[in-house]
Design a protein around this ligand. Structure first.
Ligand code: SF4
Length: 311
């Protein structure tokens, strides 16, 4: 049997739930705390807000519209995806009833909470773990890290460091019952391929369940856009990015689900790179390249683990 080239989100869902599962983005209307410090250099909320999402709507209405416009009969079941801003900036005692209400729908299989490492309140992991155990559903916390390298975090104006991330990881994992994912950006100015590989290997060595890789995109009106106009932001060609993925993927353990391998943004807001390809086309091309070179996710990472076990 040929190896699984990439553990994609849809593969993971078919394995765990016996079917593919949709995602409905939801917005609690909580501004990200990092905006008070200028926000991340690359961030423009409109670039990742789906057209169907109206933040002023109640959660019930957001879910109704999400089911209508995004699931569209393709998926019966879904994850409630709190990806806008920093949802865990809301106090735990106010957040939990909202999450509880979303999980009441039998078609909702669980929660994705996308957040910052420094926005995991002391009481949050235990409260979420209790919710997971009570509901029998899943909860994946996605921590935005972007890079383990201090210079990169400073350049991006993340206003947290790698130690904050490790602290959040430790507390989330200690709570049990929670799954952990990490967002990384590839192509941060000044980072070599070796630096990116170091980030990927370090983070996936922490026992995480999910990873999102994004190529750096320049979005209109951001601080990154200003730097790009000054010629200070190299961006990937499509071929260059595919070659990078071919280098990195074998180092990612086979058990880690890759929720994303590239960024997407509204075409009106995207300055660069403009590859003019749909994500499905990118996936097909990557798979063909992996087959042609006989590469698969985990090829190097899992080999390293086996050698350590034997030594
Ligand atoms: S932490 Fe997230 S939402 Fe907040 S400014 Fe950065 S990228 Fe934007």
């Amino acid at each position: 049997m040929p190896p699984l080239r990439i553990r994609t989100f849809s593969h993971h869902c078919r394995e765990r739930y016996g079917q593919t599962i949709g995602k409905i983005p939801l917005d609690l209307g909580i501004p990200c705390p990092n905006r008070n410090q200028g926000g991340c250099l690359y961030c423009h909320p409109a670039s990742f807000t789906p057209f169907s999402l109206r933040p002023a709507d109640s959660l019930a209405e957001q879910l109704r519209r999400g089911r209508h416009f995004l699931l569209r009969g393709r998926f019966r079941r879904y994850f409630a995806y709190f990806q806008q801003e920093t949802p865990t900036a809301l106090a735990t005692d106010r957040l939990m009833p909202l999450l509880d209400s979303v999980l009441e729908d039998p078609d909702c299989v669980g929660l994705f909470l996308s957040t910052r490492p420094d926005a995991i309140a002391a009481d949050l992991p235990a409260a979420l773990a209790a919710l997971v155990e009570r509901s029998g559903k899943h909860c994946l916390i996605e921590l935005g890290l972007q890079s383990i390298h201090t210079a990169s975090l400073q350049l991006l104006n993340r206003n947290h460091d790698y130690a904050d991330f490790l602290d959040a990881v430790r507390r989330i994992q200690a709570a049990g019952s929670l799954e952990l994912g990490v967002h990384l950006i590839l192509g941060i100015p000044g980072e070599s391929q070796a630096a990116m590989l170091e980030t990927v290997r370090t983070v996936t060595g922490l026992g995480i369940q999910a990873l999102k890789l994004h190529h750096l995109q320049v979005i209109r009106g951001t601080g990154l856009h200003a730097l790009y106009e000054q010629g200070q932001v190299p961006v990937f060609t499509l071929e260059g990015y595919l070659e990078l993925l071919l280098e990195l993927l074998p180092h990612i353990p086979a058990a880690v689900t890759l929720h994303r391998l590239w960024s997407t943004a509204h075409p009106d807001l995207l300055v660069a790179p403009r590859w003019q390809r749909l994500t499905g086309q990118l996936s097909q091309r990557l798979h063909r390249l992996m087959e042609g070179r006989d590469l698969w996710q985990g090829q190097q990472a899992d080999l390293g683990g086996l050698l350590e076990e034997r030594s």
